[in-house]
Design a protein around this ligand. Structure first.
Ligand SMILES: [Zn+2]
Length: 207
């Protein structure tokens, strides 16, 4: 691609770094912005800069938040006794969209995967154990991918929690989400949450 302006070229290159955006699409977006009022483009840039600079991660559940504690952890209407453990903040959004879950969350920030060099220490597992220790959590629902890595993570966490009076369950197996919870349709996801299984049953099914 040949540009007559280094400013345009620079902007195109930045857009093209985004997932799913090729050079052509990047150019289309940049030319679109060029047609806008400067103030509007400023708002656009500012929204992104502020989002990245000011975003926080909830000190309890590690979900994204505008404050130290996220709106879900703060909500008095939510059940403190149930915590749903997920891999990413996208999973929180997917489950929230079902409007079927009234407990709280714990975002691991990934999944145990030795091939990718991700061990338990890189994930928010210690803080989960601390929450179970300190709070009145009665049930921990493991809502992670039905993969070997997911099973490893479930097994590891369940071992860490075995000395506490907490029930560990998993969302129903066989749901075709494979680490992409947010793409599962809301009905399926809601059903797999409702039909969750005690951990022992889950492990037996996997055999
Ligand atoms: Zn939170």
């Amino acid at each position: 691609m040949v540009f007559s302006s280094a400013l345009i070229e620079n902007a195109v290159n930045e857009f093209a770094k985004l997932p799913g955006i090729g050079k052509k699409t990047a150019l289309r977006l940049v030319l679109h912005l060029l047609k806008q009022e400067p103030g509007q483009v400023e708002n656009f840039g500012e929204a992104i800069t502020r989002m990245r600079k000011q975003i926080q991660f909830c000190k309890y559940c590690h979900n994204v938040s505008d404050e130290e504690v996220c709106s879900i952890c703060k909500a008095p209407s939510r059940n403190n006794g149930i915590v749903c453990v997920v891999e990413s903040i996208r999973d929180v959004m997917a489950i929230e969209n079902t409007q079927q879950f009234n407990g709280k969350y714990h975002v691991l920030g990934g999944i145990i995967s030795p091939i990718d060099g991700i061990g338990p220490d890189q994930l928010n597992i210690y803080s989960l154990v601390e929450r179970v220790k300190a709070d009145e959590i009665k049930e921990v629902i493991m809502a992670v991918s039905p993969t070997i890595e997911g099973d490893t993570t479930i097994y590891y966490i369940s071992k860490k929690l075995k000395d506490y009076p907490v029930k560990v369950t998993t969302i129903a197996r066989g749901i075709a989400f494979g680490g992409e919870l947010e793409y599962a349709d809301e009905m399926t996801l809601a059903r797999s949450l409702t039909n969750r299984l005690p951990l022992e049953n889950y492990l037996q099914q996997g055999k």
